[in-house]
Ligand binder design. Structure first.
Ligand code: NZQ
Ligand code: ZN
Length: 391
């Protein structure tokens, strides 16, 4: 195991009706004027936005609102939010929604206290300072409620990049699984896929002797394998929603990723798809992961064989471990299809003729050094072959 620091200071508030306490948590973490940031309307329709406003009013905390965050959140609204916060003297950003809303809130919170262009952070500059952020999560997926990361799409060229820094870890996150019961099945399945991707990105490591994190990841993958189909069958299954919601947080606050190298090739390859086609991140990952895994399998066949036996119930073929490794990748692919995820470019809405453009932005675009992936370093030629496998 490698040396590591682990810092995860977010205060989690979990369970039924806990969103009604939001005003007291904003106060506790120093907010005196709040930006409520939200998406395209689901929180208006569900009545959640009204609950939030009521709770802030009860604590006599003034607020301004900015809705309209799109999935794959855009830079334009971030600039608007920064201007609004400066003009109104906002000192706390409250994200009410999914990963897109949380990531847009993080970008605004960092941009308000920075003299330069907030996009500098999405080109590699580490975020050291930001307004405090709180979240009320409405979809289990991205894990942004407990992560130091934010992913934004730059409208000037439509490419998607990430920024990071402990300053943008939420001060508190309210997780009520019942709030996720209104999700369409496709979004629930995409969330399950993204959570499993965060686990696989960490599982694909070149560090040896990492039994504790291997076992944690396997436990969370098994949980998703069990609970994913249950929420697709019954969207109102609170207990399945609850297990998925907490697994989503644990998958991405890095408690399973410490002390080991990680991959993130699938995420980088997918981010160009969601930037170009505006597809759902989890759906893009469902098409990307089996291709990346098949392409990189021979780098460490035993790692893929291990997850195949421990998570996917495959029989170990000791003479031909590559057969077991392949069977595990196939089992995962079938699982993703069974919960309603797309299996190829066509089902995702992507086009084969765009592959050169995708590869160019992926490997040579803003802030990139020619290759992606921490498990196997993948250059433009490798990425071209991987996109072709997804057709
Ligand atoms: O905009 P509204 O109307 O709220 O609708 C949203 C949106 O259309 C809807 N939705 C959310 N909660 C709902 C609901 N509909 C009904 N009932 C509810 N309770 O779901 C749609 C998707 O929402 P979004 O926030 O985009 O989903 P998700 O949480 O999957 O976030 C995806 C974004 O997070 C980034 C992705 O790249 C993508 O841009 N990621 C962020 C990470 C991070 N910050 O650590 C890591 C991830 O790997 C990921 O890259
Ligand atoms: Zn993800």
């Amino acid at each position: 195991m490698n040396n590591f620091d682990f810092y995860s200071p977010t205060y989690f508030v979990f369970g039924k009706d806990r969103e009604n306490e939001v005003g007291s948590y904003v106060k506790r973490f120093g907010g005196s004027k709040v930006l409520i940031h939200y998406g395209g309307g689901s929180v208006v329709r569900s009545g959640l936005l009204d609950c939030v406003k009521k709770s802030l009013e009860e604590e006599k905390i003034p607020f301004v609102e900015l809705g309209g965050v799109k999935p794959n959140p855009r830079s334009g609204l971030v600039y608007e939010g920064i201007d609004l916060c400066k003009k109104e003297g906002v000192d706390f950003v409250l994200a009410v929604g999914g990963g897109s809303v949380i990531d847009s809130s993080k970008a605004i919170a960092a941009g308000v206290v920075y003299d330069g262009d907030f996009w500098d952070y999405y080109q590699g500059k580490r975020i050291e300072k930001a307004l405090p952020i709180g979240t009320i999560l409405t979809i289990a997926a991205a894990g942004s409620e407990g992560s130091p990361d934010s992913v934004i799409t730059n409208e000037d060229g439509m490419f998607k990049r990430g920024a990071t820094g402990d300053a943008i870890r939420p001060k508190f996150s309210i997780l009520n699984p019942a709030l996720t019961q209104t999700l369409p099945a496709y979004q629930s399945a995409a969330g399950v896929t993204d959570i499993m991707a965060h686990l696989y990105e960490r599982y694909l490591t070149n560090t040896t002797e990492v039994e504790v994190t291997d076992r944690l990841i396997e436990a969370l993958l098994l949980t998703m394998k069990h609970e994913g189909p249950r929420v697709i069958d019954d969207p109102n299954n609170y207990d399945a929603r609850a297990n998925i919601m907490w697994a989503g947080m644990m998958a991405h606050n890095n408690s399973c990723g410490v002390g080991r190298t990680q991959d993130w090739a699938s995420h980088d390859i997918e981010h160009e798809l969601s930037a170009l086609y505006d597809c759902t991140h989890g759906a893009g990952l469902a098409v990307t992961m089996p291709a990346v895994f098949s392409y990189t399998m021979n780098h460490n066949v035993m790692r893929f064989a291990q997850v195949a036996t421990r998570v996917w119930g495959c029989q170990m073929d000791f003479e031909h471990p590559e057969v077991t490794a392949k069977a595990g990748i196939e089992a995962f692919r079938h699982f993703l299809i069974s919960i309603g995820m797309p299996k190829n470019f066509e089902e995702l809405g992507a086009k084969e003729e765009d592959i050169p453009k995708l590869v160019d932005v992926l490997c040579n675009g803003d802030g990139r050094g020619g290759s992606v992936g921490g498990f196997v370093s993948l250059n433009a030629d490798d990425c071209t072959k991987i996109y072709q496998m997804m057709v």
